[in-house]
Each structure stands twice: as C-alpha cells, then as structure tokens.
Ligand binder design. Sequence first.
Ligand code: B12
Length: 212
Amino acid sequence: MDQLKEIAESLVEGQADRVRELTQAAIETHTDVEKILNEGLIAGMNVVGDQFKREEIYLPEVLFAARAMKAGMDLLEPLLLTAKTKPKGKIILGTVSGDVHDIGKNLVAVMLKGAGFEVTDLGVGVAAEQFIEAAKQQGARLIGMSALLGTTMQNMQTTIEALEAAGLKGQIKTMIGGAIVTQSFADKIGADGYAPDAGSAVDKARELSGLS
Ligand code: B12
C-alpha cells in the first residue's frame, strides 16, 4: 500500500506505534515532510472527523486517533522547524477558554515557528486576559486564537472586546482559526484575520505583521 495512505489508515485505527514507525520510515525514505503531514496525518484526522460526525465512531476512538497524530507530529515537528529565515515577529497563540482541541493549534505553532515567528503558545483553555497579558509582556503585536466548538468560538469575541476596552485593538492584531471558524465569523466579531489551515495561517500572520 502507498506509504502515506498507510499512515492515514493507521491513524484512523488509532495505532500510535504504527503511525510512529511508518512516519519514521517515510522520513528515512526522504518523503517530503509537508506531504507526510498533509497526505498522511491530516488526511487520516479528516477521516476521523467525518466518522465522528456520522456517529460511526465515538470519543475514545477519536482520542486514540489524536494520540496517534501526536506520535507522528513529534517526529515531524523538528523537521518542520528548520527555519531558514530570521525572526519575523512575535505571536501569542492559544485555544480559547472551555476548549481542549489543540491539534490544529499545535500545527499552526509549528508552521509559524518554521517560518521564523517567535511563538508563545499558551496552550488550551486560554482566557481573554491571559492572551492580552502575554501579548503585553512579550511585546507581541499579534494574537492567534483557535476554537473548534460552537460553544467556545464566542470566546474569541470576548478577547477582541477586551482588547478594545483596553484601547489596544489595532495595536495588537487578532488572527483566528479552527474547523468551525469562517471568514464571515471573523468579520462579524472584528478579528483582523482568519486562515483555514496552518499553511495559510503563516501567510496571514506575515500580512498582519506587515511582512508580506
Ligand atoms: C480530535 C477531536 C477531539 C479530541 C481533541 C484532542 C486534542 N488534543 O485536540 C477530543 C476527543 C478531546 C475531543 C473532545 C470533544 N469534541 Co472534538 N473533535 C475532534 C475532531 C475529530 C478533530 C479535530 C482535529 O484535531 N482536527 C485536525 C486539525 C489539524 O484540524 P483543525 O483543528 O481544524 O486545525 C486546522 C485549521 O482549522 C487551522 N487552525 C486551527 N487553529 C487555528 C488557529 C489560528 C490562529 C489559525 C489562523 C488557524 C487555525 O489550521 C489547522 C491546521 O491546518 C473534530 C472533527 C473535525 N472535523 O474537526 C471533533 C469536533 C471538533 N469535536 C466536537 C465535539 C462536540 C467535542 C466534544 C464536545 C465531545 C463531547 N461530547 O465531549 C469534546 C469537547 C471537549 C472540549 N471542552 O474541548 C465537534 C464540535 C461540534 C461543534 N460544532 O461544536 C466536532 C466538530 C466533531 C463533530 N462533528 O461533532 N475532540
């Protein structure tokens, strides 16, 4: 079977050890790292997302798949981080309050670091004040927020409103993403930018930092 397809299928089956083995083998045979990520790991996670939506699988299976994804990501991350460029600016990143989904946010962090950004990742369940405090402390001009739940995406707006109340909107820009987020939602809540995936998150961060 095609190597990348096998990674995707093993991820869907939640076999972390197998995903680690296959990812290592793909790296050793010089398969393009972004191809391993997109056509192996992310492709597998997309299948998991569809199956979960159709209720063909349940949370435990999703958790196993998430663990398998992490096993592969741990190997790819150092390779994605071989930054060829000098620092491009600072960004504060996190998943909003009430939300534990961090796979996509972690990918965005890896790609941003790879592109030369200095990333402070606050992790998951990050409150508005934490985003703003960190940005002030680090002198970052950009905050990136991730949300995957209908019930937590409003928390992105809370951060933007808090920035406005502190007189910092415009000075500190906001970029949002996550499977549930759309450009029209970003427009509605007054976010400065939206990106649908980790690759375009880098382009958007460059644009918002005045680097493109
Ligand atoms: C894995 C997963 C989980 C794992 C998370 C593990 C982890 N460490 O992240 C676990 C099992 C813990 C989980 C729990 C839950 N989940 Co869940 N989960 C998923 C699943 C299957 C995949 C998400 C994922 O990792 N995708 C892969 C990554 C790479 O994609 P991504 O996150 O979209 O990120 C990309 C882009 O969006 C973008 N991006 C992401 N963040 C950012 C940030 C910025 C700044 C930018 C610019 C871009 C960007 O770039 C990324 C890379 O390309 C989705 C299904 C789906 N289709 O999304 C459901 C899903 C998100 N979960 C869902 C639900 C309902 C839940 C639970 C409430 C279930 C429950 N009953 O308990 C809990 C909530 C827990 C909580 N409080 O957060 C629903 C949400 C529905 C909704 N509209 O609200 C979904 C959509 C499934 C479904 N169809 O029902 N889940």
